[in-house]
Ligand binder design. Structure first.
Ligand code: CP
Ligand code: NVA
Length: 309
């Protein structure tokens, strides 16, 4: 693997499959890996709030025999008190890896370039690759394989949508994205996914029709309409995105056994109804659990000795 994990594009199609296989193994036999990161320390920089990401990285490091240090936005004040370059140059003298949740993706790239230790993207405005990996691991657990599946993503063409497209490209999964006009995924990410998925069986449809996106899908995925950092647009977006709510009527257009997915946190009653997120077909808490397992493998591969992973 490359030094850093900033995007699902950092993995070849082969490495993508291998990471999912290793995750299955580590999930099944966690005790075998309890010393994989002994004496290793992860610095966790958060410029945005988190429940799942903080818990799963911190618990993951502890389960692998290492430790994690949480750096809150007010602690290091990245960008105002000190820039990414100097932060990277300092941290590499003390710790073995850095996890970063920030705004502009360029900040994560600058941090990774500044330092010789691995940097893991734990969400930027552009992408959320750990989420995408956990989601495709979860999808594979429930459906048996990733090929010949249709994943429908409904809502905002945001960071989570981007990482799902790149994962679908690697996994050979067909994907339909349904967004309001003007909220489609970034053209550069669509192009990247199409390039990566050229030989895998991946197909991508981008539409402004939620019903078309969901029709015949094996999985229906949504995310919040206003992401962290877009709070001022919340009311405007609520009106624009209303026809894209995932409710029982929309789910009825997917296959009978279609699963419902969400990265969480969910705004119940907005992008998804209680009826759908609490239904037996909802796998949202499996996705949350699998963040732990997939990230443990990423941490062990990037920070551990090769023979212990
Ligand atoms: N899905 C996710 O990343 O959750 P948090 O924002 O709580 O970390
Ligand atoms: N798109 C959301 C995902 C949260 C996990 C955000 O960026 O806020």
């Amino acid at each position: 693997m490359k030094k850093d994990f900033l995007s699902i594009r950092d993995l070849t199609t082969y490495e993508f499959g291998l990471l999912l296989d290793r995750t299955a193994e580590m999930k099944k036999h966690p005790r075998r890996f309890r010393r994989a990161l002994e004496h290793k320390i992860l610095a966790m920089i958060f410029q945005k709030p988190s429940l799942r990401t903080r818990m799963t990285f911190e618990a993951g490091m502890l389960q692998l025999g290492g430790e994690a240090i949480y750096l809150a936005p007010s602690d290091i004040q990245m960008g105002s008190r000190e820039g990414a370059y100097d932060i990277g140059k300092n941290l590499e003298r003390w710790v073995d890896g850095i996890m970063l949740r920030t705004f502009g993706h360029g900040i994560a790239v600058a941090l990774a370039e500044s330092t010789k230790i691995p940097v893991i993207n734990a969400l930027t405005d552009l992408s959320h690759p750990c989420q995408g990996m956990a989601d495709f691991f979860t999808l594979r657990e429930h459906k048996g394989s990733l090929a010949n599946l249709k994943l429908a993503y409904v809502g905002d063409g945001n960071n989570v949508c981007h990482s799902l497209m790149l994962a679908a490209a690697r996994g050979g999964t067909k994907m339909a994205v349904g967004t309001p006009a003007g909220y489609e995924p970034a053209p550069a990410m669509v192009k990247a996914a199409r390039e990566d998925g050229r030989d895998t069986g991946f197909e991508l449809t981008v539409t402004n029709d939620a019903e078309q996106a969901v029709s015949g899908a094996d999985a229906v995925y949504t995310d919040v309409w206003a992401s962290m950092g877009q709070e001022t647009e919340k009311e405007k977006r609520a009106l624009i995105f209303a026809p894209f709510q995932v409710n029982a009527r929309l789910m009825a257009l997917a296959k009978k056994d279609a699963v419902f997915m969400h990265c969480l946190p969910a705004h119940r009653g907005e992008e998804v109804t209680d009826e759908v997120i609490d239904s037996p077909n909802s796998i949202v808490y499996d996705q949350a659990e699998n963040r732990l397992h997939v990230q443990k493998v990423i941490l062990a591969l990037l920070m551990g000795k090769k023979d212990k992973t």
